[in-house]
Design a protein around this ligand. Structure first.
Ligand code: B4P
Length: 192
């Protein structure tokens, strides 16, 4: 199996690049953001609980997200690989993912870290807010809060995978297609 983590701050383009990568490499896309938004739309108890955190720019509790990923892995037992987008976002989630993949005799193959500076992140999210209906896009204060949460809670995940020598930093600035070519080049090198 080839299991890829696409890592980066909110607005770095994880969702945008994932759409292109899953098509090119036939990976199963697991975006915890998308899964949570789907639960919310269906008004499930999980969706209603998660929304309170998302609206405040906070992370949804680990046990909720880990449970969701565990079910999704089981539902896609025959996959040739997964693209994890927006997950793991805490070290506890990264440890849980290692365990879940270990049970399947697999592990994370590569972590691609999309590098984008703070000003550009806020610019992109303010722009996305013009057309998205996402509650966490609506307000610049919430977006700044999300960047803070990222630095405190999510950035340590990069250190976790660096210890395993799995992280590659990729410049996330420039055209969407240019970023895609850079990401693809690293995947091709790893797959060969
Ligand atoms: P996510 O859905 O994961 O979303 P994101 O981090 O905001 O955005 P992404 O990086 O995917 O950026 P995008 O491609 O859209 O998270 C939402 C919330 O869900 C979290 O805050 C949290 O509350 C919760 N959550 C999710 N996962 C969780 C977890 N594991 N644990 C706990 N809570 C969790 O790009 C942004 C914008 O930039 C778009 O408008 C795009 O068009 C534009 N763009 C992209 N690439 C560009 C480029 N190269 N140049 C210019 N613009 C570009």
């Amino acid at each position: 199996m080839f299991n890829l983590v696409l890592f980066g701050p909110p607005g770095s383009g994880k969702g945008t690049q994932s759409e292109k990568l899953i098509e090119k490499y036939a990976l199963v896309h697991l975006s915890t953001g998308d899964l949570l938004r789907k639960e919310r739309k269906l008004k499930t108890p999980l969706g209603i609980e998660a929304q309170q955190f998302i609206d405040r720019g906070q992370l949804v509790p680990d046990e909720v997200v880990i449970g969701m990923i565990s079910s999704a892995l089981d539902e896609n037992a025959g996959a040739k690989g997964f693209l994890f987008d927006g997950f793991p976002r805490t070290v506890a989630q990264a440890e849980a993912l290692d365990k879940l993949l270990g049970l399947k005799g697999s592990d994370i193959s590569l972590v691609l870290f999309l590098d984008v500076n703070d000003e550009e992140l806020i610019r992109r999210l303010v722009n996305r807010a013009k057309t998205s209906e996402r509650s966490d896009d609506a307000d610049e204060a919430i977006q700044r809060r999300r960047q803070e949460v990222y630095k405190n809670e999510t950035l340590p995940v990069a250190a976790y995978y660096s210890k395993q020598k799995k992280v590659v930093n990729v410049n996330g600035l420039g055209d969407i297609d240019d970023v895609f070519s850079r990401l693809s080049a690293y995947i091709d090198k790893k797959i060969k």
